[in-house]
Design a protein around this ligand. Structure first.
Ligand code: FAD
Length: 293
């Protein structure tokens, strides 16, 4: 099933505020660990997400294979709709063709089309410059539903907010039917971005991505990598509990839940949870909103 159909059904359902719940997971680094992912998937799928997206590592065919293997498992064994992430900066058209064929052969219809991060150690190929190029190219290669990434606080390479919105619009005009957002910790950043998108006539579902921050290593990674604003309320949690694992888990979960509830009571189409392959986190979040979503 195409993810766009899930949103169409929700929009037309008698429950006017039917919102989606989706998860992101990543494939294990080694093929041998693929078997152990079942424990995680069993719990995640019991929580009845509308779909699960599977990340994709840049460069090399083994990355594609692990992503596809995991997506196949989600679809065929757990009967949940998978979304396959696919980056294009380091791939040629011929390689993308192969990937599209694999997806078609496996009946996987949903692609989160991405450019991918620039990496000094992996040579870029010249066939695709942006995610919108990948979507435009893949349109003729199969019957796919395309999702795209969006950045409430701007992509790190963006010149300014205006160009960010213009490029997001280009992605949607190219064929992205749903946008999944980069993680953020300040809901006001997301609400402002959503409003700007609507003014720019970007009318597709824009799904906020939420990552519960539950350990110190994760916090350090966030600070150096994602450029998200840290509200004072969130900073105080980190300062107070950085070295207290259990307390940080409780406070991080509670912060994420308060973000999610604030989003759910507003006019949004769903929540995308960055699970970090931690089923306990997903379960706790779902328990916290099971009468709401
Ligand atoms: P683009 O849409 O191409 O945007 C990249 C930059 O170019 C932006 O600054 C944008 O403003 C600008 N731009 C876009 N279009 C144009 C244009 N037509 N002309 C000029 N400038 C333009 N990475 C992975 O490697 N694997 C994953 O599985 C993965 N999953 C992700 C999931 C989500 C929900 C998100 C938000 C990101 C994910 N990423 C992943 C990271 C992503 O690959 C990087 O953020 C990457 O740097 C940009 O990808 P993009 O598809 O947004 O690129």
């Amino acid at each position: 099933m195409k993810i766009s159909e899930i949103y169409d059904q929700k929009a037309n359902s008698e429950y006017a505020d039917g919102k989606s719940l989706s998860f992101e997971i990543f494939p294990p680094k080694k093929d041998s660990e693929l078997k152990n992912i079942d424990e995680t998937l069993e719990i995640l799928c019991e929580l009845k997400p509308d779909y699960i997206s599977v990340t994709f590592g840049a460069g090399g065919s083994s990355n594609c294979n692990r992503t596809i293997e995991l997506a196949k498992k989600i679809k065929n064994k757990y009967h949940v709709e998978p979304v396959v992430h696919l980056t294009c900066l380091h791939y040629s058209k011929a390689e993308i063709d192969e990937f599209a064929k694999l997806l078609t052969d496996e009946g996987i219809q949903n692609i989160l089309a991405l450019r991918g991060d620039k990496k000094p150690d992996i040579p870029e190929k010249e066939d695709f410059e942006h995610a919108s190029d990948l979507i435009a190219y893949l349109k003729s290669k199969g019957d796919f539903c395309f999702l795209g990434a969006c950045y409430p606080e701007c992509h790190p390479e963006s010149v300014n907010r205006i160009s960010e919105i213009k490029h997001t619009k280009k992605k949607v005009d190219a064929g992205a039917e749903i946008l999944l957002s980069q993680l953020f910790f300040d809901n006001n950043q997301f609400f402002r971005f959503l409003e700007d998108c609507r003014i720019a006539e970007i009318d597709v579902p824009i799904i906020p991505g939420i990552m519960p921050v539950i350990n110190a290593a994760q916090i350090k990674r966030m600070i150096t990598m994602c450029g998200a604003a840290f509200p004072v309320r969130f900073q105080k949690i980190i300062e107070k509990y950085e070295n207290n694992k259990e307390a940080l888990f409780d406070a991080g979960m509670s912060y994420a839940l308060s973000q999610i509830i604030d989003l759910l009571v507003s006019d949004i189409d769903g929540i995308h949870l960055y699970t970090m392959n931690n089923p306990l986190v997903a379960r706790k979040i779902c328990e916290g909103i099971h009468n709401i979503i």
